[in-house]
Each structure stands twice: as C-alpha cells, then as structure tokens.
Design a binder for this molecule. Structure first.
Ligand SMILES: [Ca+2]
Length: 499
C-alpha cells in the first residue's frame, strides 16, 4: 500500500483531529452549594528577614535599594495579607542575660544587631502595608546557650523552657510595647517541632513540645502580652507521609493554649488527585475544630524536594497550576489560609555556599548569584519572576481577608474549583486544571445576584506576561438569565471575577 499524498492525508486527518479535540473537552454542570463555615484569614508567604543582614552583605550584587524597588513593590502588587518570618534567639540575646529567667538584665540584650535591623526593615514594610505578621522563633541554635547540650540539627529543642519563654517574651515585649509593631499578630514557637524538637540527640516525644508551649503561654500571661498575639501551634511538617499524629496530640493537649493550629505540606505533586489533597486538609481541619480552633497551612510547596532549598519543578509553568490546586483544595477543606514557602530566593547566611541558597521563591535573586549553574545560564534580568508568581498573584489579588468559600467539585480529580465570595460581595470562581482535558463548565449560583459581565484571568502557557506585570483580564459578557459558561483549558488556572 502506498502512503496517501500529503493533501489527501491532511483531508483525512483534519476531521479526525477535530473530533479528537471535541471529545477531549469534558462538560460539567456546577451548582454552587452551601459555604464552608470558615472565612479566609489570609493568603501569604514566608519572608525570612535575611535580605539586609545576609544578602546585601554578600558580593553578589544585591543592593539595599532593591528592597523597595523590587521586593516591597511586588509584595504590594501581590496584595499579600500575611507574612511568616523567622527569628532566632541569639539575634537579641546572644548570651544568657543572667541565670534567672524571671529577672531580665536588659543591658545584655542586642536589639541593634544586624539581624534585628534586617527584621525591623521587614516589620516597617508590613506595618506600612497593613500586612499581618507571624513570628516563628525557629529553635535553639546549637551554638547558642538555649540549646544546652542538645545536638542533632542546626536548631534543636531549648534545654530550659523557662529561659526559652523569657527569650520569646523579651522579643515580643520589645517589638510590640517598645517599637509598636501592631502588624505582629501571631507567634509560633519552634519550626516543625515534630522532627526538630531534638533532646539529647533524639526527636523528643510530643509531650516535651506541649510542656514548652504551656510554659510559654503562662509566661506571656504573666507578662501581660498574651492577648496581643495569637499562638499558632503544632507547626508540624507532614512527616513525609501525611501523618496527622503530631497535630492530633497538639489539639488534644493544647486546645486551651492555642488560638490556631498550623501544618506544613510538601506531599503533593502532579500525580496527586484533588481528593487526596482535600482529605489531608479535611483531617487537619477536623482535628482543630474538635477543640474549636482553625487550621492554617503555614508552609507549602510541591513534593519534588531536593533537600530543603530546592524543588525540581520550581521553574516549570505547571508548578503554578499545582500550587493553585493545593490552595483551592485546602480552602475547600476548610483551611483558614495558606502561606507559601517562600517569597524570594535568598541566602540564610552570608558565608554559605551556593547549595544552601534557598531557591523556592516566587522570583529569583540577582543573576550573579546563579553564576555557573547550568539551570540558570539563560537568565536575562535580575529578580526574574518564575511562572508560579503569576498563578499565585491571581489568587492573592482576588481573595480577600474575610472571604467566604463555597467549595465546588468538577468531574475531573485534577481540576480543582472553588467559588469565593469576598466581603464586598463580589464573587470569584477559581479553577486550577492540571489535566490534559479542556473543561466546559456551566455554573449556576443561587446565592449570587447575577451580573452580566465577568473579568477573565487566564494563566496559560503562552499567555504569561514577559515581566512582573500581573496577568491582564479580558471581559466576558453573558445573557442576564443564563448560567455562566466557560471553557477551562487543559493546563490552566482561570479566574472568573464578577465585575
Ligand atoms: Ca535569659
């Protein structure tokens, strides 16, 4: 048999292709049901305060003026509602002030250290922009008196919970009562204590963390600052297996001390169905709700972790869709919000080698920092945004504090959907379609006063701005009486925003 001529082949093939495309689209009727009882607190990001103390001070070309011209400007355009910030005890109490945790010798404190100055710059910005801050006292550094003889990680459990509580109280009294940073709304003692609360070289039982939290709570009450900050407790990692054990123990024993609970996740990837993400967060939310508290996602990223500083998919377009799927599923399950790890690429220590540089940012740092890394040899500008910047921006700029969540389901377990009613009454329909299938959706919303015009924001592979400009919308008009129809393309994040 001879092969058909090109034209004949094309004539035969075209209808096949067309029908293939049509059959690839899946049609879904969506009726907006009842809202989740939990209103959104914030969508935010991690911004550990090392820019001025550890990055400007290196010889890689990071300038102090980049803070305002790049970082603060982008935080403003992203409209981030919260920032989580690391603090270390030695920044302001390098040596024990004295041996009595109930009497503080203020002459031994270093509130003007470079690390504290770097923190103030961030707090100044948060204060000015109305951004709520969580301060996480990361742990006791092994070179610091608070670690005692504990070893086994760069930060470990404090050897003395009264001294630890004094240290944290000193910090909060200074920042809130002396420096009047009312942007600080929340504190977390110890990052990921489920593995990092290390005593005598071993992961301590959860009872140790619980005891520390209770002593901290008592100290803050005694110092009359407890009412000034929420305690966000547990702060557990996912343990690599989605375990809820640590959070369960914390909700059981710290229901009185905690104002809110939070967990981190790096469990979910491109192969993870929406239902798995939803169920994981639903279990967290249920545990917190069992003692009348909210649950928040204190850190999240993908599961393609290469150590603590890299994830293999970080520069991929598809990553933006995955991050949006994680957010939508967690909000649908009742999360009070999420904080992305982390806002910027940066060094945590000015003398660290390249492998230690955090590279999970919504954008990159200056070009010179990546010199010699083949992954980044084509960088054109400093502070280039990653594709996920644009996807996250769609959600952070259109979902406001106090918004109501109306969970939606599609018939595709890789296409997450939610309806958000913002406090001003405007509805936002968000879709994150990580599948290869176009989704024809038709939405009926009995709660909404139907509007005829929507703005459509599309995160698709070929529609992203070339720079850090936010995705611009186009307007879609619909007939006043009909339901809202839209084709959600394969591999996209789409927001339909009521005008
Ligand atoms: Ca002390």
């Amino acid at each position: 048999m001879t092969f058909p001529s090109f034209n004949l082949y094309r004539l035969l093939l075209l209808p096949l292709l067309a029908s293939a495309i049509v059959s690839r689209a899946s049609s879904t009727d969506i009726v907006v049901g009842s809202p989740s009882p939990i209103k959104i607190l914030s969508l935010g990001a991690e911004l550990d305060p090392h820019f001025f103390s550890q990055n400007v001070t290196r010889a890689d070309g990071v300038k102090a003026s980049d803070w305002d011209s790049v970082i603060v400007r982008r935080i403003q355009s992203l409209k981030l509602k919260s920032l989580r910030m690391m603090v270390l005890p030695q920044w302001f109490e390098p040596v024990n002030d004295n041996d009595n945790p109930f009497t503080t010798d203020t002459s031994r404190l270093t509130f003007n250290s470079p690390e504290m100055q770097s923190l103030y710059k961030q707090l100044d910005m948060a204060q000015k922009l109305g951004i709520h801050v969580n301060l996480t006292l990361w742990g006791a550094h092994i070179s610091h008196f608070l670690s005692g003889h504990n070893r086994g990680n760069w930060v470990v459990a404090p050897y003395d919970y009264q001294e630890w509580a004094e240290n944290f109280s000193i910090l909060i009294r200074h920042l809130l009562l002396t420096k009047h940073y009312t942007c600080i709304r929340e504190i977390t003692p110890v990052n990921e204590p489920d593995w990092s609360f290390i005593i005598d070289g071993k992961r301590a039982p959860v009872s140790e963390y619980i005891e520390m939290c209770r002593i901290l709570d008592q100290r803050f009450r005694a110092d009359n600052i407890r009412h000034l900050v929420r305690f966000s407790l547990s702060d557990n990692s996912d343990g690599g297996s989605g375990t809820h054990e640590f959070l369960a123990a914390c909700t059981r024993h710290l229901g009185q001390e905690a104002d809110i609970f939070n967990s981190h996740t790096y469990l979910f990837g491109y192969e993870t169905p929406d239902s798995v993400i939803f169920k994981w967060e639903k279990a967290n939310v249920s545990l917190a709700q069992s003692v009348g508290k909210l649950h928040f996602i204190g850190e999240f990223g993908s599961n393609q972790c290469l150590g603590a500083t890299r994830q293999a998919d970080i520069n991929r377009f598809e990553r933006g869709i995955l991050m949006a799927r994680i957010i939508i599923n967690c909000l649908n399950a009742g999360a009070a919000g999420l904080s992305y790890w982390s806002l910027i690429d940066q060094y945590y220590g000015k003398d660290e080698g390249y492998d230690a540089m955090q590279q999970l940012g919504l954008w990159k740092s200056v070009r010179k920092m990546y010199q010699g890394d083949s992954l980044y040899q084509h960088l054109i500008t400093d502070y280039e945004v990653r594709p996920q910047y644009h996807a996250y921006a769609l959600l952070t700029t259109h979902i406001n504090e106090g918004a109501e969540v109306y969970p939606l389901t599609t018939n595709n377990d890789f296409c997450a959907a939610t309806a958000i009613k913002n406090p001003d009454g405007h509805w936002v329909y968000a879709f994150a379609n990580g599948s290869e299938t176009d989704m024809d959706i038709r939405i009926k919303n009995p709660y909404a006063v139907q509007k005829n015009r929507f703005k459509v924001y599309s995160y698709t592979r070929h529609s992203l701005p070339a720079n850090d400009a936010l995705i611009a919308p186009h307007t879609k008009s619909i007939k006043p009486t009909s339901s809202l129809r839209y084709r959600i393309p394969a591999n996209s994040v789409i927001l339909l925003v009521q005008e």
